[in-house]
Write a protein that binds this ligand. Sequence first.
Ligand SMILES: [Cu+2]
Length: 196
Amino acid sequence: MYRAIAALALLPAAVLAQSASESAAPSATSPVPSAGETHVVLVGDSGRTFSPDNVNAAVGDIVEFHFVSNGHSVAQSSFDAPCQPRDNNAFFSGRVRGEIFSVEVTSEDPIWYYCAEGNHCRGGMVGAINAPTSGNTLAAYRDASGNAGRGSSPGSVQGGELRPLDSAGIGSHGQIRWGLIGASAVMAALAGGMML
Ligand SMILES: [Cu+2]
């Protein structure tokens, strides 16, 4: 009798362990772009923000800006002059919604960017790719943006590719989609385990 109870007590743990390994499987087999890793940055998912506001990317990687809310853009600046286009080749998405703007990382140098709409940049809506952890940090760039004037835009949409977000509001490269599926699968597995 005691043994039977002990075995039953162990059952939920075994079910949970198995569910966890099953839900992890899609990530392992999800398509990986051959050129390099893809990093997703959500634009405006919680107000005037890029999140994450820094990504560490290698040459050949892609950074995708997912415009999940209205009234934002992404434009490249220098470190020294936030809220202004870096030069005539600064990347710029234009003001878009429901689209993905993909930028290829072609250098190990830090890349600084901002939202060019209204006062968003001076309000701190800035970000970086490969920001150093000392010296010219993202925090220093953001501080400087607070003293900048109203943001200005590069003259044209350039330096990246635009494509639509899919109907789920999530792009086709899949990192976030797999993340959401993984999270809901874990929740379902937990709920299922509790019912057992
Ligand atoms: Cu903005």
